[in-house]
Design a protein around this ligand. Structure first.
Ligand code: SIN
Ligand code: MN
Length: 291
């Protein structure tokens, strides 16, 4: 899938592109139906909300579940990213965020590339976030908030927040958020929240500053976040376990466009649980070499 020049220009200017209803209801249902089994597993790849059993984020479903393994190779998702980068990509990170009814907690203001640089030593920002809604997203169930154009600031100051929620993040402080929002139009467009039906897709730049509020509504807001990195830009450090920051830099091979509806064969090596190696970090790896 190639993007027309106007969309490329819009991406350069705003740092994101929104594709409402990009996947059909039938395609989306195949994915939604696979979530309860993933979320029920007592594995390290399920991070639960602080003080609750609700799943905040599930990692690496493309190595556990066939429908998500097919989504990871979908040409309607991978195609626009390789087109924008003019290079093949590999899967750096794969999350299914719950933002469950009543319990889904906030995601503080951050840039994803800040974490990938600080934790994983990813050399440049040539990595793309793709969000795919598995539920309808409305103003009530904790939609993403973007500061349009904030990606053009490059990497901004951030501090490592280990306490506010159950998942550590490099977060941006309120003064800088105020400045970025003012610069983007303040009350008039300084923050935007793409909303739409299940199956909608957003591409957003890895330096785009974003956040989301809690979900106090009775409606889940499950969404998949795929982070695709240009192959030449692969991470240089394995400080985080492999189920969070992947170490397989092989270019993604796309499947045909109907791959969510037909059972094309895919490998799901972690379907029976995480191997011990997937939880190792660089320090453990050094220990192994020394031992
Ligand atoms: C993220 O920024 O990684 C998640 C944000 C969200 O799910 O609202
Ligand atoms: Mn993020």
């Amino acid at each position: 899938m190639k993007l027309p020049p106007e969309q490329r220009a819009q991406f350069e200017r705003d740092g994101y592109l929104f594709f409402p209803g990009h996947f059909s209801a039938e395609e989306t249902r195949v994915l939604t139906d696979a979530v309860p089994d993933l979320y029920s597993r007592r594995e390290a790849f399920n991070v639960r909300e602080k003080g609750s059993d609700a799943v905040r984020t599930n990692f690496a479903a493309h190595l556990v579940s066939e429908p998500f393994a097919r989504l990871a190779r979908h040409p309607r998702m991978v195609g626009p990213v390789t087109d924008l980068f003019d290079e093949e990509v590999y899967m750096h990170q794969f999350k299914i965020n719950g933002k469950m009814a009543f319990e889904g907690d906030v995601w503080q203001w951050h840039q994803d590339y800040g974490t990938w640089l600080n934790d994983d030593l990813m050399p440049t920002e040539r990595a793309m976030n793709v969000a795919i809604f598995l539920d309808e997203v409305t103003e009530h169930n904790g939609p993403l908030m973007f500061i349009p154009g904030s990606h053009r600031k490059g990497v901004v100051d951030a501090k490592h927040d280990l306490t506010t929620t159950s998942y550590p993040l490099w977060t941006v402080d309120n003064d800088l958020i105020r400045q970025l929002v003012d610069r983007a139009g303040g009350k008039h467009g300084g923050i935007v929240s793409p909303k739409g039906p299940a199956g909608s897709m957003i591409l957003f730049h890895s330096c785009l500053v974003h956040a989301s509020g809690s979900n106090l509504s009775p409606f889940n807001r499950v969404a998949v976040y795929l982070s695709l990195c240009a192959v030449s830009n692969h991470i240089r450090r394995h400080k985080r376990p492999e189920y969070i920051a992947h170490r397989n830099f092989t270019p993604i091979e796309m499947l045909p466009d109907d791959c969510l509806l037909k059972p094309y064969p895919v490998e799901v090596p972690w379907k029976n649980g995480l191997p011990e190696s997937a939880s190792r970090t660089s320090l453990d790896l050094l220990d192994t070499v020394e031992a």
